[in-house]
Design a binder for this molecule. Structure first.
Ligand code: SF4
Ligand code: SF4
Length: 88
């Protein structure tokens, strides 16, 4: 018989698993709300769970935890997320 854990998802989204980002991020994702079609792909793919999303609403980003990795921008099917250089 398989152990119970093998029936769990591979991972569970957990906001800020890597902790607060601090000031080292060099680019940040910016959502163009006029392009966003509320598909949720960025929410599903973000490794830090920092995309705030619910069906029918536009995606937003919690910049306290976002690491600027760009996965969300690469996964967005309509190009609604741009990676923008941080300004100090
Ligand atoms: S840049 Fe990376 S950490 Fe930030 S919201 Fe997008 S996928 Fe998540
Ligand atoms: S992946 Fe793009 S279109 Fe889909 S919710 Fe995120 S920003 Fe909006």
């Amino acid at each position: 018989m398989l152990p119970e854990y093998q029936f769990f998802p591979v991972s569970r989204p957990d906001k800020g698993a890597g902790g607060l980002t601090g000031e080292w991020r060099v680019v940040r994702p910016v959502v163009n709300e006029s392009k966003c079609v509320s598909c949720g792909a960025c929410y599903l793919w973000c490794p830090e769970g920092t995309i705030l999303f619910s069906p029918g609403r536009k995606a937003t980003v919690d910049y306290d935890y976002c690491k600027g990795c760009g996965v969300c921008a690469n996964q967005c099917p309509v190009g609604a997320i741009s990676m923008v250089k941080e300004v100090s």
